[in-house]
Design a protein around this ligand. Structure first.
Ligand code: 4HU
Length: 418
């Protein structure tokens, strides 16, 4: 028996209806904020992801050698492809750019099996502006999406901080430069690994026990005023976060957002705002995450451009929506089902179907002899609006019998009036 590739999913029509429903909401929220869609190949050069900070995403590449000996990989995330596209047109793109995409991304994890190895990840990014308004615009896109699918601040929280918080704390301890990103990657794993293991990994990065305890006492701050006392009024991180919260208030989305110093995210390239969305019950993994990454292009050999964005996977959100009873009942929703009463009328049924289709109706023409009973069941199952019956006496008068499946009303309609 032929099986699909391990960890990959098939989408049957009922799955595809649900996926398209979700993606339509992704697309709507982005379009409502003036974002344009882009795409890139799922296969990329492995070197696009050679970052040495110890990120999970670069340790789990679904990579291989192609027939020309090139090291390639299925993309694990979209941001480097986007960076490559922006860099290739550097100077030629009118900034800022606001782009979104819903790429399939792949991972090949070395640890447990039976876990998903692909997902679709809605990506929304703004390039070319350092303004905090761009970061808040992204949060507005998210809130707009959550609103549209029926989620509220009782269900979800956007936990937010800035990498500059940790940068300032570590800077005051004399830690800066190349150890910063690896330190963030370790800190991101704090809710998965024990305090001992975290301390061990931070020690390996050269942090003193004093530094480690300072980090720990900073990360438990979940109140912005407390952070302000800890970092002081002169802090650039404080100024940035204060203007972010002020902008969020103007957007009317403050109820969704909570400061949390423990948010650092597990990607090496973040430089400013970082956030993730968690379910309030605390049962699920992060629903989405993102942040500002102003220095990514120089790591790829280009000239830096400020950028901010988020990635939003299709799996955890579907779990949450199912749990909250917010998934719709979807049917194929054809407009008309056309049935020939007998074999002699099959040609007539084809011409009726063509006439309806020419008028923009979606028509499911029954392709082989079927009983009325089967056809009614089929109509109900597929959620059709009308049943169009091609019957001998009516056809002779140039008419078809149309039954409205909602109201049960029946009428004979002239072919010319279809
Ligand atoms: C990730 C990347 C690619 C595929 C999957 Br499933 N997950 C990281 O969350």
């Amino acid at each position: 028996m032929t099986q699909g590739v391990r960890g990959s999913r098939d989408f049957y029509p009922e799955d595809m209806r649900m996926r398209n429903w979700l993606f339509a909401h992704f697309i709507d929220a982005a379009r409502l904020h003036g974002f344009e869609e882009y795409d890139a190949p799922v296969l990329e050069s492995e070197e696009l992801y050679t970052r040495k900070a110890g990120e999970e995403i670069t340790q789990q590449l679904y990579n291989f050698e192609d027939k020309g000996g090139r090291a390639v990989t299925l993309r694990p995330e979209m941001t480097p492809s986007l960076a490559r596209m922006v860099m290739a047109r550097a100077g030629g793109l009118p900034m800022p750019i606001k782009w979104f995409s819903i790429p399939q991304c792949w991972r090949y994890e070395r640890t447990q099996r039976g876990r998903g190895r692909e997902h679709y990840q809605w990506n929304v990014d703004i390039w070319g502006t350092e303004s905090i308004e761009a970061d808040v615009e992204l949060l507005s896109v998210l809130v707009n999406f959550f609103d549209a699918v029926g989620l509220t601040p009782d269900d979800l929280v956007i936990k937010l901080s800035s990498r500059k918080v940790l940068e300032e704390v570590l800077g005051s301890l004399g830690i800066s430069g190349e150890n910063f990103a690896p330190t963030c990657i370790v800190i991101d794993k704090m809710d998965k690994l024990s305090a001992d293991v975290i301390a061990e990994q931070l020690t390996e990065l050269g942090l003193s026990s004093e530094a480690i305890s300072t980090i720990q006492s900073t990360l438990i701050i979940s109140n912005f005023d407390e952070l302000r006392s800890a970092l002081g009024e002169e802090s650039a991180a404080i100024a940035e976060l204060a203007s972010l919260f002020a902008a969020a208030a103007d957007y009317g989305i403050s109820d969704w957002i909570e400061f949390d110093a423990s948010i650092v995210r597990g990607l090496a390239y973040y430089t400013g705002m970082v956030f993730e969305v968690r379910d309030c019950a605390g049962e699920l993994r992060a629903i989405c995450g993102g942040g500002r990454y102003d220095k990514l292009l120089s790591t790829l050999g280009g000239k830096d451009l400020p950028a901010t964005g988020f990635g939003f996977g299709d799996m955890v959100i579907m779990e949450l929506l199912a749990e909250k009873g917010l998934l719709p009942e979807l049917v194929s929703g054809n407009d008309d089902i056309v049935l020939a009463h007998s074999t002699e009328l099959r040609g007539a049924a084809m011409s009726v179907a063509s006439a309806l289709r020419a008028n923009g109706r979606s028509v499911d023409l029954i392709l082989e002899p079927k009983k009325m009973k089967w056809t009614f069941k089929h109509a109900e199952r597929t959620g059709a609006e009308r049943l169009v019956l091609v019957m001998p006496n009516e056809w002779e008068e140039g008419k078809v019998r149309i039954k409205n499946l909602d109201s049960g009303e029946e009428s004979d309609v002239a072919i010319g009036d279809l």
